[in-house]
Design a protein around this ligand. Structure first.
Ligand code: FES
Length: 107
């Protein structure tokens, strides 16, 4: 079971286990993590599951899809080159140790 390290804006880190095949967002919600709202439940329409992927992990993720790319333009916190929607990051065993930084706000 891969572990995701979520880093809050104040640098506090929370580590949660994730199910393979599920989006990283689901692991955050399952553990009651503050900072991921996921208002649409993972349907890629709300952009409230925004995260910044630690640079060391970027190359291990699948590329941003067209829908995700469009939504990332409307995130509440600034879009950065490493910005992703956590519901679209499908967890695999290769992503064990993934570091995702949380933005200042989701709405
Ligand atoms: S949960 Fe709504 S876009 Fe990710």
């Amino acid at each position: 079971m891969p572990t995701i390290h979520f880093v809050h804006p104040d640098n506090r880190s929370e580590s949660v286990d994730a199910d393979i095949g599920n989006g990283a967002m689901r692991a955050a919600l399952a553990h009651g993590l503050d900072g991921i709202l996921a208002e649409c439940g993972g349907s890629a329409v709300c952009a409230t599951c925004h995260v910044y992927v630690d640079e060391a992990w970027l190359a291990k993720l699948k590329p941003v899809g067209a829908d995700e790319d469009e939504l990332l333009d409307g995130t509440a916190s600034e879009r950065l080159p490493n910005g992703r929607l956590s519901c679209q990051i499908e967890m695999t065993s290769e992503l064990d140790g993934l570091v995702l930084r949380l933005p200042e706000r989701q709405t």
